[in-house]
Design a protein. Structure first.
Lengths: 331, 235
């Protein structure tokens, strides 16, 4: 436990404990609709973490995360349905291939900065959107694309250990915790320190011997790799994917939500995913249009600019700290 | 020794360094000049941030233009900045460790980082850089520059933001660098008291050209230098 604490910090250990309690309790107390929604939240925390890694650590605005979820899903469907590969292999292959695509995108894109980098990644996401609509997602068809419009439309199966919705929710939370631990650990390594200095000043980083471009490319690869994992898990969860899930506007929305919720904090990534999936579900469950959430997010951005520039997670941590101090000084 | 020959830099129609030829040959060598003389641009070219339009820079028989900025740092060329560049949320130790991680084998990094922090006299390695005062921030950045066997340390106005006794303390530290670490120091500075105290020799730039070079006291007394620096009339 002491070693775990020194590797990840006390708050992370507490967060892991909370995640395990949630994974255990949620399926027992909530209905199937909420279990499915929270599974989706756990999945979307992965691309949110990728956005957070790039923006929180390096101030790089990438708007391709959802497109890479789609790419990861496409790969998982292609190899899962076409060759019957098991889910763990599909997750690893999807992560590796999306990471390679991410690195390939990063090499030319990182010559640009700020708005121009955001625009280039947005156009890449738009191109992926067009490609998904043109090619479709593999469903047992023949040829390289593996897509068929009619006939015996096949679905990717869940693994034997998680065939039920409850089981798959727990599996997704377990994978999420493992990935988030990995990201938290990376931030404490030499790579994480080099990102911190690159974000501070690329000149200072280079004059400290850091290969700035390599550091950024690796960050891009890791961020897109997390999206690949999400895509593979999503494909196995739903069995089939639709291009509309990966519309370019979703990448924009997720980016905005990560900024609102807190790009540097794993809690912020989780909150972003809850805002992205759970809030619209909550509204629609009460007979309201789920798209109202987008208007609420607009207000949240304004709130973020005025009173919580480091995000909602940071603001919540501040409130918790204040309450603790009050309790400590109370007679 | 840093040998600069016919060095020029062009920014569009502006030429901040114009055919500069100078040997920075003292172990603590000052570079002074009025604003716009090309001092920071010179450091940027030497450290690899600004490409030259012509000329050469050779240090210890190595043509530095064959190395990228990060390669120069790993070779032993270090740099501090006008506005010191520390990551506030990292500890002093982690800020210094970054340099050790690029220049030293893993087993040596911890001790070398601690040694650099001790060398500059910072009392604690574990505090966040964001909690340091102006002098401590300068010292922490200098500690990062001194990790892992530096050969040349380029300092860009390190005394800016420091008050009198802090500048003296910093100057004393600068003088220890060649003696104890064997590294050459190039000091770009406006504070002439600091330059007079620590620099054996000084080069004066004006409009990107060498106006004068020699022992510090002699150069600072030259009428041409005083005219360029203080605006005194030449008689």
């Amino acid at each position: 436990m002491t070693r775990l604490r020194s590797l990840f910090g006390t708050s992370t250990i507490a967060a892991i404990a909370i995640a395990f309690v949630v994974a255990l309790v949620v399926p027992m107390v909530l209905g199937s609709g909420w279990v499915a929604t929270l599974t989706s939240c756990a999945l979307y925390t992965l691309p949110a973490a990728g956005v957070g890694l790039l923006y929180g650590e390096l101030r790089l605005a990438s708007l391709t995360q959802i497109a890479f979820v789609g790419l990861g899903g496409w790969i998982a469907l292609r190899f899962g349905i076409g060759f019957g590969w098991p889910l763990p292999v599909l997750v690893v292959v999807s992560a590796a291939v999306t990471a390679l695509f991410g690195a390939a995108l990063a090499l030319p894109a990182l010559r640009l900065r700020d708005l121009y980098l955001a625009l280039v990644t947005l156009l890449v996401a738009a191109s992926a959107d067009v490609a998904f609509n043109a090619a479709g997602f593999p469903n047992g068809g023949s040829g390289f694309l593996g897509y068929q419009a009619f006939g015996d439309l096949q679905r990717l199966r869940r693994p034997a250990i998680a065939t039920t919705d409850d089981g798959y929710f727990r599996l997704t939370v377990a994978v999420l915790v493992a990935v988030l631990l990995g990201l938290v650990w990376i931030r404490r390594t030499s790579l994480g320190r080099s990102w911190a200095l690159i974000a501070q000043s690329e000149g200072a980083a280079a004059s400290s011997g850091i290969r700035v471009t390599r550091g950024k490319v690796v960050a891009f690869a890791i961020a897109t790799g997390t999206s690949g994992i999400a895509g593979a898990l999503m494909a196995a969860n739903l069995g089939q994917l639709a291009p509309s899930t990966f519309h370019v506007s979703n990448s924009l929305l997720l980016f905005a939500l990560v900024v609102i919720a807190g790009s540097r904090s794993p809690a912020g990534w989780v909150i972003a995913a809850l805002l992205y999936r759970a809030v619209p579900y909550f509204l629609s469950e009460r007979g309201l249009n789920g798209h109202l959430a987008t208007m609420l997010f607009g207000l949240a951005v304004m709130h973020n600019l005025i009173s919580a520039p480091a995000g909602l997670a940071d603001q919540l941590a501040g409130v918790t700290a204040k309450l603790r101090t009050r309790r400590a000084v109370a007679p | 020794m840093i040998s600069i020959a016919e060095l020029s830099v062009d920014f569009g129609g502006v030429r901040p360094i114009d055919g500069l030829t100078v040997d920075l040959d003292a172990m603590v060598h000052g570079v002074i000049g009025p604003n716009g003389a090309g001092k920071t641009t010179l450091l940027n070219v030497v450290s690899g941030f600004t490409p030259p339009s012509g000329g050469s820079i050779v240090i210890d028989s190595i043509d530095v233009f064959e190395l990228s900025a990060d390669q120069r740092a790993r070779w032993g060329m270090r740099r501090t900045f006008q506005t010191e560049q520390l990551v506030d949320r990292l500890s002093v130790f982690d800020n210094v460790l970054v340099m050790a991680e690029t220049s030293l084998p893993r087993p040596a990094r911890h001790d070398a980082s601690m040694a650099a922090i001790e060398f500059v006299g910072l009392p604690s390695a574990s505090v966040a850089a964001g909690s340091l005062n102006s002098l401590e921030r300068r010292l922490a950045e200098l500690a990062r520059a001194l990790v892992g066997g530096p050969k040349v340390v380029l300092m860009d106005e390190p005394a800016s933001g420091l008050v009198g006794h802090e500048t003296e303390q910093f100057g004393a530290l600068v003088q220890r660098i060649p003696v104890e670490l064997g590294a050459q120091v190039v000091l770009v500075e406006h504070d002439l008291d600091l330059v007079s105290t620590v620099c054996e020799r000084v080069a004066v730039l004006d409009f990107g050209r060498l106006l004068a070079q020699g022992p510090t006291a002699t150069v600072l007394a030259e009428p041409a230098v005083r005219a360029a620096w203080l605006g005194e009339a030449l008689t």
